[in-house]
Design a protein around this ligand. Structure first.
Ligand SMILES: [Zn+2]
Length: 304
C-alpha cells in the first residue's frame, strides 16, 4: 500500500526564502489527507501537480494563521470547480465558526457537503477510522491548544504457510478465517486448524507522526514511539534555544532528541524560522543527536 507524505510548505510564520507556510499532503492507500493549510497551499498543490480534488480529509493542528490561512481559499476553489464529494475538516473548535462566518458574508452556498469535527487537545483520541488506516490526535504544548497527528496503517491479513496449504485440502472459508486470525473449529468446538500453525503474522503496519508546533516535550514520546517517520518542527537552531522555549517552539537538536528517545525510523525537520536562509546548521545540529534526519523540502515526497 502506498503511504507517503509530500511537503507543500516548510517555513514558519511568514513565507520567506522561497519557502511557504506549513502544509503537507499525506497519501495512504487511495486516500489523501491534507495536514495544515498555510497560505498558498492550493497554489503549491497545483504547482506540484497533486490530486487536488481527491483530498477528503483536512487536519488542522492549531489556529495560528501560518497553519490555516490557506483553508478558505482552498474551500472556495473546491466550490468553484463544483466539487460534490464530502469534505471533512478536523481542527480546534472555533475553526467551524471562522469558516461559517466567511461563507455567510461572501454569500456562498457550497456545492459540496462540509463536515467539521472538533479536536481535543487532551489525551490521545481516535478521530478517523477508514478501512485501511486510522488517525489519532495527541496534545502538543504550544501557546494555544494544539494537536499532533498520528496516522497508522491498519494491520493487514495474516499470511498462509504455503507448504501447509498445499498439503491440506482446506475450504476457502477456513482460509479466510485463519487469515483474519481466528482458529477454525468444528460444530463441537474442536479446533481443526490453529492460526499459529497455519499462518504467520502480517507485515508490520507503518506509522507517521506529525508534531508542529510544540515546545521541547519528552512526554511526546508516549504518542509517537516507534513511528517509521516522524515530522517534528525545528523552528530554531542552537543559537536560539532560549527563544524556542519562550515561544513554545523547538530547536532542531531538540527534535533530534525526541526522535532518538522515541526510537523512530526517520526524522523530518520543518517549520523553519525565516532567520535561517541556509538550513545546513539546522540539519547538522539534529544529526549530531539522531543521524537519520532530513530537511523537509517543498515538492519532495517522502515514503513512510
Ligand atoms: Zn503556532
Amino acid at each position: 500500500m502506498e503511504f507517503e507524505v509530500t511537503i507543500l510548505g516548510s517555513n514558519s510564520a511568514i513565507p520567506a526564502h522561497g519557502r511557504n507556510q506549513t502544509s503537507q499532503l499525506v497519501s495512504v492507500g487511495n486516500s489523501f489527507l491534507l495536514i495544515d493549510c498555510g497560505e498558498g497551499t492550493q497554489i503549491q498543490l497545483r504547482k506540484f501537480k497533486l490530486k487536488f480534488g481527491r483530498i477528503d480529509f483536512i487536519l488542522i493542528s492549531h489556529l495560528h494563521g501560518d497553519h490555516f490561512y490557506g483553508l478558505m481559499g482552498l474551500i472556495s476553489s473546491f466550490h468553484l470547480v463544483k466539487r460534490e464529494r464530502l469534505l471533512t475538516i478536523f481542527g480546534p473548535s472555533g475553526l467551524d465558526e471562522i469558516i461559517t462566518t466567511q461563507l455567510k458574508y461572501t454569500n456562498t452556498k457550497l456545492s459540496f457537503p462540509l463536515r467539521f469535527v472538533p479536536t481535543q487537545a487532551e489525551g490521545k483520541n481516535l478521530i478517523l477510522e477508514e478501512p485501511m488506516f486510522r488517525v489519532f490526535t495527541f496534545p502538543l504544548q504550544h501557546r494555544i491548544p494544539c494537536t499532533g497527528f498520528l496516522i497508522e496503517e491498519k494491520p493487514g491479513l495474516r499470511n498462509m504457510v504455503k507448504e501447509k496449504l498445499v498439503k491440506t485440502k482446506m475450504p476457502v472459508e477456513a482460509i479466510v478465517s485463519l487469515r483474519e486470525g481466528k482458529d477454525v473449529v468444528d460444530p463441537d468446538g474442536k479446533v481443526l486448524y490453529r492460526v499459529e500453525e497455519y499462518t504467520y503474522p502480517p507485515k508490520q503496519s507503518k506509522k507517521y507522526g506529525y508534531c508542529s508546533d510544540t515546545v521541547f516535550d519528552p512526554t511526546l514520546v508516549n504518542f509517537i514511539n516507534g513511528v517509521d517517520l516522524l515530522y517534528h518542527e525545528a523552528t530554531f537552531g542552537d543559537d536560539e534555544t532560549e527563544r524556542a522555549g519562550t515561544t513554545f517552539h523547538s530547536t532542531s537538536r531538540q527534535a533530534g532528541i525526541i526522535a532518538m528517545k522515541a526510537n523512530v525510523g526517520k526524522l523530518l525537520l520543518g517549520h523553519y524560522s525565516s532567520r535561517y536562509k541556509d538550513l545546513t546548521p539546522i540539519l547538522d545540529q539534529a544529526k549530531e543527536v539522531f543521524e537519520n534526519t532530513y530537511l523537509s523540502e517543498e515538492g519532495v515526497t517522502y515514503s513512510i
